[in-house]
Ligand binder design. Structure first.
Ligand code: AMP
Length: 403
């Protein structure tokens, strides 16, 4: 793992000098100096206590990135993109000579020092996939390889206005060093004078949040399989000393075979963290140790993600988060660990939730034990067999892969 403090420092020194305009070209030249401000999008406890309105599910602005290379951008051609599956792309790549390999191959195997200088004309841009607070995400195809990906276009002025440069830098830095089947890949990034563009893995089935709202709640086998995948992803992240800190359905995408992919690393940091007043993420998913105000006791570590995994398991099974209420009440319930599980949830699932939603972070069930918990073992095996059939056997469980 690269030394992030050095890399962050390097980003701090970056002056992004713009040379070109965006798709609708202009002649403006602007210079952005990255400031070393603290996270600006925080929720103050004082404000929280005073508020009684339930705005719990609002998506906090998670914005992305900054760029180091000043690559020249010209107008992009907008063409229709036909979509081969990511799996067939990887299969194909194994059979082709090195010079014809896909974007994934190059990105996976190229040395960082030889990083490719990407630019917009290298891509065919397809349909919009979604819109975030700071820009849009488009389906795209890298022209030379035909590799299908997602391009996230962030607007520099909005990033500057939102004072989220640091978050964006951190997200790029962290996510670009991660490679796991349940973590959304960030293959690279580039910028022009108005925008920063992230080259992301394409998650064909979109946001998990939408699936959950559509299905209301997931059957136990599916919830167990999802939790197993999230546990595998978190185990990988924690091994790399990265805590995500913002695990929730809105930040999870679904791949072509229905596999989950954690995204939105805007709030992730290297553990342990001794930030005191900073809170981030949706209140519903915040662990008690992050709710506390300033004070020397408020140091937290990667176990924050275990609490959020418990909230996620609950929401998968019940269709709503365990502490959902007005902000004040949610805060109180989280602080006391007060929740009830409906009777339709199995005893095994309840047991796992209970072991994750423990106020004392040190007493939460470790991820290794989540993966071997009876609920996961029982439903995961069942679910994954069904899943294998549904996907024509293309998908293997992460538990299998990891072992
Ligand atoms: P974001 O700005 O990350 O919140 O992205 C906005 C929306 O674009 C998301 O809610 C997704 O529906 C979609 N989206 C973002 N990234 C991807 C991706 N890599 N693959 C597919 N859809 C995506």
């Amino acid at each position: 793992m690269a030394d992030v403090s050095n890399l962050e420092a390097a980003f701090e020194r970056i002056t992004v000098t713009d040379e070109n305009d965006d798709l609708v070209a202009s002649s403006t030249t602007a210079t952005y100096h990255k400031s070393k401000g603290s996270l600006s999008t925080t929720v103050s406890l004082t404000g929280l206590a005073a508020s009684s309105s339930a705005v719990n599910r609002q998506k906090l602005p998670l914005q992305k990135l900054a760029a180091a290379n000043a690559s020249r951008i010209v107008n992009a051609s907008i063409t229709k993109v036909t979509l081969p599956s990511q799996a067939s792309q990887s299969r194909a790549s194994a059979d082709v000579p090195a010079h014809r390999r896909t974007l994934t191959d190059s990105v996976l195997y190229i040395q960082p020092s030889a990083a490719k200088q990407w630019s917009l004309p290298m891509f065919d841009i397809g349909k919009p996939l979604g819109k975030g607070k700071f820009g849009r995400v488009y389906l795209a195809k890298e022209k030379s390889t035909g590799f299908v990906c997602a391009l996230k276009v962030l607007h520099k002025d909005e990033i500057a206005q939102g004072k989220v440069e640091k978050q964006v830098r951190r997200e790029i830095e962290i996510q670009s060093h991660l490679a796991h089947p349940n973590v959304l890949r960030l293959f690279g990034h580039f910028h022009d004078n108005k925008r920063i563009i992230l080259i992301l893995e394409f998650a064909a089935k979109g946001e998990l949040y939408k699936h959950l709202r559509r299905e209301q709640r997931f059957p136990e086998w599916k919830a167990a399989q999802y939790i197993a995948q999230m546990a595998a992803a978190l185990k990988y992240l924690h091994r790399k000393h990265v805590m995500h800190r913002d695990i929730k359905p809105e930040n999870i995408l679904v791949g072509i075979h229905g596999e989950l992919k954690i995204s939105d690393f805007g709030w992730s940091v290297h553990a342990p963290n001794n930030r005191r007043n900073t809170m981030c993420g949706t209140l519903d998913y915040l662990p008690p140790e992050m709710l506390r105000g300033a004070g020397k006791e408020n140091f937290y570590n990667e176990k924050v993600d275990l609490w959020s995994l418990g909230v996620l398991a609950y929401e998968f099974l019940v269709g709503e988060a365990p502490f959902e209420d007005t902000q004040v009440m949610t805060y109180r319930k989280i602080a006391r660990g007060e929740y009830t599980v409906p009777n339709f949830v199995s005893a095994e699932a309840k047991d796992l939730i209970k072991r994750l939603l423990v106020i004392d972070p040190e007493k939460r069930i470790p991820l290794e034990d989540v993966e071997t918990h009876p609920w996961i073992v029982k439903y995961c095996q069942q679910g994954e067999r069904a899943f294998d059939r549904a996907s024509g056997g293309k998908f293997r469980s992460n538990l299998e892969r990891e072992s």
